[in-house]
Design a protein around this ligand. Sequence first.
Ligand code: ADP
Ligand code: MG
Length: 600
Amino acid sequence: MTKFEALGLQKSLLDAVTDLGFETPSEVQEKAIPILLEQETDLVALAQTGTGKTAAFGFPLIQKIQSDSRTTQGLILSPTRELCLQITNELKLYAKYEKNINVVAIYGGASITDQAKQVKRGAQIVVATPGRMKDMIGRRLVDISKIDYCILDEADEMLNMGFFEDIKDILSNTPKEKSTWLFSATMPKEVSVIAKKFMHNPKEITVGDKNSGATTVQHEYYVVGGRDRYPALKRLADTNPDIFSVIFCRTKRDTQKVAEKLIEDGYNAGALHGDLSQNQRDLVMNSFRKKQIQMLVATDVAARGIDVDDITHVINYQLPDEIETYTHRSGRTGRAGKSGISMVIVTRSELRKIKSIENKIKQKFLQKTIPTGIEICEIQLYHLANKIKETEINEEVESYLPAINDVFKDLDREELIKKIISVEFTRFFNYYNKTRDLNSADAGSSGERHRERGGDVPTSGSVRYFINVGEKDGYDWMSLKDFIRDTVGLDKDDVFKVDVKESFSFFNTDAEATEKILATFTEFKVDGRFVNVEVSKNPGGGGGRGGRDRKRSGGGKDRSRSSSRSRDRNSSGKGRDRKSSEGGATYSGKRRSKRKSDFF
Ligand code: ADP
Ligand code: MG
């Protein structure tokens, strides 16, 4: 007898279990299935996401349904359309060898008439989101007055999403004599309220610690400066070349922005948030399931429906306000017995939040440091070498080999390897070779910090750069400043001490912007020509934020200082430009258009 047989499942369902490839029941299945099969009882089952709750209620439900009647006998409420569809599909697989069992999904964003038609044809089991369900009850398109079983799946998430009133309404349309099964990952107050209000002496099953995170998930945090979240995210991704992840942001706007930046930077990324149409969200989710998207950037609400098994990393780009939300986020990884990592990018001021989460989930976080550029280059290098080694040979290549061999005939093996590796590696190297340490200065207790190559880049104060464009490209200090600011996406006063020479120039920013500047100008081309920016070895004109502060404090003061010795000695022409430009907007406009026509 297999373990599933021992739970009391009938033959048709055991055959489906075999087809699904389930060998041993998960803990929640082992505990819930026998109770639900043998008794007519209410049940509260608490188990983390990914522990197999769908089968824990799905199999008993199907076994108990009268398939010879077309009356709706079972109602499953679930928080999102995606989950609703997933449950429906799973149940159909479970009922594969049952004749005449119909499972119908009811959810918003699709034709209500089509759904009503499907229900009318006879659906013994209805899987619904609360909003659409309420709507259909109101229009008498579905009748749940004779159900025997009501299942509240992911109850904590439904309540989190504000469905309490809807659920109450829906339940008031169901008969008193029925069994209610509530499944939830966590047991916040609101869920106990539902249990008390709508259930009678429910049996209780708990898998693992109440309210604790799944133990297959490792929790890590990285302390960075507030403006380094994005470069830190990139490094975390680059350190894990096979990453398949969900990245959580707090707002729709940040979600969209981070996804766009990642795409711009060449990652397979996508955004999932409420401002997208249902169609757009479906497209994104499909690409994610097919792993065409490696990094899915999502809001908490939009991510509620994500039920993908192989997620390797959950990245908290920002921490959520509620600790419960963190549990939901990290529960997206470490599913179905696999291990996963939940990473948190925090600033120093948020560190106490980590402590509260640790207390709540009863698990410790590991403090880790953002890898240095050189470490990432190394990882990428070995990954690339292994990828080449593991690549399956495409036999179509065969016929081109003589010609290709001819191309390579003067290269020996070593040179060839170096060149093949360089094809991809150079991109990383160029990017990381100039970068600095991202770990927040006073974050670590060890105090050990790497200086990356080109490591004379300060992490605070102001940084001076060299850029290989100048007057001959049509720039003056102001148009160059605008160009840098607009290209990099900096704020108005972020670029200062701009010093334009004949064929090159210098400028300053605060150290916080350095990574962004260098990243933007990596392999950056205008009209086929590389625009290169490097941190200047000569700090002249650097030294604090004087230039910027002065500028902020007003034009008059600035002008009076422009002749003083604190200025760059060789800044001939700069003072004049600055004065003129501050004198009137038309002048700067003219300059800007000149730059455009000359350079672009
Ligand atoms: P939950 O609802 O608890 O988050 P699911 O029911 O969605 O979890 O199950 C998570 C994954 O585990 C699904 O892919 C499911 O097919 C798989 N699964 C469920 N039960 C078993 C089992 N007994 N053996 C192997 N895989 C299982
Ligand atoms: Mg589930």
